[in-house]
Design a protein around this ligand. Structure first.
Ligand SMILES: [Zn+2]
Length: 484
């Protein structure tokens, strides 16, 4: 098979292509099981296979994909003719940044591939979780398993040969109830990184049952809690909220294609300008953010991206200053040309496609905040005069260029004079991205740091869903507008 791909790639080069690559997915399996109040609400199994060819010719990209292995030659020809057709409307010839040509392989760490585990066995687990959640105060119980298992073979005309075996598992449990005013409240748990595996071995009752007890207890506290006050105070974000704050207001605005204006029609742009790199004070000196695709056991770690560039770990924000972006081979060249100077030295290795029939885009890897020196959660609470601890993402709304945000949380409690006070319901906070990060006044140590996963980051037209991670500590921001 490998020979056949190489022969086809050589043929395109002889026909005048400047570059081409092919991604072959011998298998791409998925599973989604949702249990609602003890009944299987959804049970979906998917299986796809095929290949996608990307060709650069006359300065333009052409792409074609097929699941018909009897039409490999025709699909390669179509990709080339698509490039030639696109070249007629070209405004800027595409050039790819240089890369190191590599051959290698990557396998997600998992002993037990979830797709190989009997479905009855998994349904039994969800049933057990459902029973554990069926308690006073709970009107709706949801438990689910979402999993993927795929193999991707990559070849390009520069000589790269890469094989990836990607296994993912995203389980969660959730409870909902009604408070005294008839408003819905909820609490959920989806595990952060647990040890070193992405396999089904994390589905252990001894781990999940205490979490089920906890979310029911916290829901009941919220149901009878007073409303969150409307005022200005410090917010202490737990990792299960901090990850989403980082995702929406650091990750997305630092995607270089978005900065260059390519995502405007679908999910909005970025307030970041090319002239900001190296000088913009994105946050306080305590803010250190990295794109870390080498983090062990996370969906944002994948060995090699879909440009065939090796996964990397590099700083995006250093001591509060913006220094780099989430980049690919094509966009770094275009950005440097448009800026008239070299801002980016090479691709950050973040180009990924969601399936064989989609082209790679800049996607977040693991966009992580380094742990700080402000101690444990207790230490941060003890040094807070007037604050609120916020946990669990309930809803969010983000400005079209990521310059403002509003988040609501599942679970919150007040802090006064360094002491934990009462739980409150309907907690929410809002702010402007840059002033908010510049008000970062405490960053928790290693003991507060967790890797949270995002199973469904949406981007692109046609739409692509991607999986990634965020390693984040507990963080405190001052003078934030809090309320419902
Ligand atoms: Zn996203």
């Amino acid at each position: 098979m490998a020979y056949q791909w190489k022969e086809q790639l050589d043929r395109l080069m002889k026909a005048g292509a400047a570059y081409a690559d092919v991604r072959h997915y011998p298998k791409d399996d998925s599973l989604f099981m949702v249990m609602l109040n003890g009944n299987m609400l959804s049970f979906e199994q998917g299986r796809e296979s095929g290949f996608g060819v990307r060709v650069l010719a006359d300065g333009a990209w052409g792409f074609a994909a097929s699941s018909n292995m009897a039409d490999i030659t025709g699909t390669f020809d179509k990709a080339l003719s698509n490039a030639r057709a696109a070249a007629k409307r070209l405004t800027r010839p595409i050039r790819l940044a240089d890369k190191e040509v590599l051959s290698g392989s990557f396998t997600s760490p998992a002993d037990l591939d979830t797709l190989s585990v009997q479905r009855d066995f998994q349904a039994d687990f969800l049933q057990k979780m459902d029973k554990a959640l069926a308690q006073k105060g709970v009107s709706q119980r949801i438990s689910y398993i979402s999993a993927q298992s795929k193999t991707i073979e990559y070849y390009d005309t520069e000589g790269a040969k890469i094989v990836k075996h990607i296994r993912e598992l995203f389980p969660a449990i959730m409870v909902r109830g009604k408070d005294a005013d008839g408003e819905a409240q909820e609490r959920k748990y989806s595990p952060p990184r647990l040890g070193k595996t992405r396999g089904y071995e994390i589905m252990k009752e001894e781990h999940w049952l205490p979490e089920a007890e906890r979310i029911v207890r916290e829901l009941n506290q919220t149901l009878t809690a007073p409303r969150c006050p409307h005022d200005v105070r410090s917010v202490i974000l737990m990792p299960d909220q901090m990850f989403l704050q980082v995702h929406e207001t650091i990750g997305h605005p630092l995607e270089l294609d978005r900065i260059l204006g390519y995502e405007l029609s679908y999910a909005g742009g970025s307030f970041v300008r090319l002239s900001d790199f190296g000088s913009l004070q994105y946050g306080s000196k305590k803010l250190n953010v990295r794109a870390d695709a080498l983090l062990e056991n996370s969906p944002g770690s994948f060995g090699y991206d879909d440009d065939g560039v090796k996964a990397q770990n590099y700083m995006l924000i250093k001591d509060g200053v913006l220094v780099n972006a989430i980049t690919s081979r094509q966009m770094v060249t275009e950005a440097n040309e448009r800026a008239g100077k070299q801002i980016f030295t090479s691709s950050g290795g973040t180009a990924r496609a969601t399936a064989f029939y989609r082209t790679p885009l800049e996607r977040m890897t693991n966009i992580s905040v380094d742990p700080g020196t402000d101690g444990t959660l207790q230490d941060i609470i003890a040094s807070t005069e007037k604050g609120i601890v916020l946990s669990g993402d309930k809803s969010w709304s983000i400005g079209s260029n990521r310059e403002q945000f509003h988040f609501a949380n599942d679970y919150a409690y007040l802090v006064e004079d360094g002491q934990v006070k009462e739980v409150v319901r309907n907690a929410a906070y809002s702010g402007d991205t840059l002033p908010f990060y510049n008000s970062l006044s405490a960053v928790g140590d290693e003991s507060t740091w967790q890797v949270q996963y995002v199973p469904n980051c949406g981007k692109g037209m046609p739409s692509q869903v991607m999986q990634l991670g965020h390693g984040v500590p507990v963080c405190r921001f001052d003078n934030v507008k809090v309320g419902e």
